[in-house]
Write a protein that binds this ligand. Structure first.
Ligand SMILES: *Cc1c(COP(=O)(O)O)cnc(C)c1O
Length: 393
């Protein structure tokens, strides 16, 4: 697209997300050699700050890959062909766990959750009881495809009573919804930088508990680039096993500095307010929020009866310069998804709601009462946003 002053590109997709200027600037830094002392310094600073984000005392390894690379590592490093694993499937990303397991010859016992709902921890407990030889349970914290958030604390409590390790895909969750890894007893956390952590795609993260490290010793799945033992021994020497994404790490450094400065709890509360305001606005417009247990980093909205959500997505892009996401697979044409995670402030929500109202009118389905959605959101934003300042951690 050629540059235009009258059509600003706005990225409200749930990954990649908008990258703030202070990160963009760092991405354009002169290249630092990855074996230099100064890069080691950056790497250790970033690693320390990642522990703060993941809420763990364990190391968090950075892999140059999309988040799926870390998901793959969470299978190939923990298990052996023929092992059994439970995969919770309530959306595209839960399905991915099952596909990766199958690719490695791991027997996937799938818990199929109706899309739009979060898994019931009792079902996991029951499945574990019936399959006491399961080595790992693969879950998703925020299932980006449906917009739900899992009760990870309750799930961790169930799995923690067994020999199995709990693996959680927190790719869109890190920095947007709480995950108290060590406190809740979550064993393996997988993440990525291009959702709420506001960097371009390319970096994946993974951390392992002691319980999970024990599994790696017996793992016979093939691995080389994603062999986490290499990442562990390298990080102990303040370096990486292979050439890291040097400038992505530079960008992440700025993003995590901003995260620390805002503070964990305040960042979480910000997302809560954005989520609440967005959902209130959607409902006030007469639309329906799709997920039953909504994640605060994105809102999946059901297209009004008989409307193709794909048309909404397309018109937003072409006419308004706004990029969002539609639904996938069985949700294709049915939902449209706005992200409000990471680099998102109180002005984003009214804009998204106004854009929705405008596009619905364009497509011949105006909302019953103009401005009602924006008004409902503003009420929450005006009331809650000023209280953020008093949250100091
Ligand atoms: C984005 C995302 C991923 C990873 O997708 P990549 O394309 O590999 O980055 C995995 N899980 C969830 C929940 C996601 O939102």
């Amino acid at each position: 697209m050629s540059p235009r002053a009258d059509l600003k590109p706005r990225l409200y997709s749930p990954g990649p997300t908008e990258v703030p200027p202070y990160v963009l600037q760092a991405l354009g830094s002169p290249i630092t050699h990855h074996r230099s002392p100064v890069f080691s310094e950056y790497l250790m600073e970033v690693s320390e700050n990642l522990k703060y984000v993941v809420k763990t005392g364990q190391d968090v390894y950075i892999i140059l890959a999309s988040a799926t690379g870390a998901m793959e590592a969470a299978v190939s490093n923990l298990l052996s062909p023929g092992d059994k694993a439970i995969c919770v499937r309530g959306g595209k990303f839960g399905e991915r766990w099952s596909e990766i397991c199958t690719a490695y010859g791991v027997e996937a016992i799938n818990i199929d959750v109706e899309w739009g709902y979060a898994v019931d921890p009792a079902v996991i407990a029951d499945t574990l009881k019936k399959n006491p030889d399961v080595k790992a349970v693969y879950t998703t914290l925020s299932e980006t495809s449906t917009g739900i958030v899992t009760d990870a604390k309750a799930v961790a409590e169930v799995i923690g009573k067994t020999n199995a390790v709990m693996v959680i895909d927190a790719t869109s969750s890190l920095g947007a919804t709480p995950l108290l890894t060590d406190q809740w007893g979550v064993d393996v956390v997988v993440g990525g930088g291009h959702k709420a952590l506001t960097i371009p795609p390319g970096l994946a993260f993974i951390s392992l508990s002691e319980k999970a490290w024990k599994l790696t010793a017996a793992s016979k799945c093939p691995k080389y680039y994603l062999d986490l033992k290499k990442y562990r021994s390298s990080l102990a020497k303040q370096t990486t096993p292979f050439t890291p994404g040097v400038n992505l790490v530079m960008g992440l450094r700025e993003s995590l500095k901003a995260f620390r400065e805002e503070g964990y709890n305040r960042t979480m509360r910000r997302h809560e307010i954005l989520g609440e305001a967005m959902r209130a606005g959607v409902k006030a417009m007469g639309l329906e929020v799709y997920p039953k247990a909504p994640f605060n980093g994105l809102t999946a909205i059901l297209a009004p009866d008989g409307m193709d959500a794909g048309e909404i997505v397309k018109t937003l892009r072409n006419k308004y310069g706004i990029t969002i996401a539609g639904g996938q697979d069985s949700l294709k044409g049915k939902i449209f998804r706005f992200a409000h995670m990471g680099y998102a402030d109180r002005m984003d929500v009214p804009l998204m709601l106004a854009a929705t109202e405008m596009v619905l009118a364009d497509l011949g389905r105006p909302v019953p009462e103009a401005g009602k959605g924006v008004g409902a959101a503003m009420e929450i934003l005006n009331r809650e946003w000023p209280n953020l300042a008093s949250i100091t951690d």
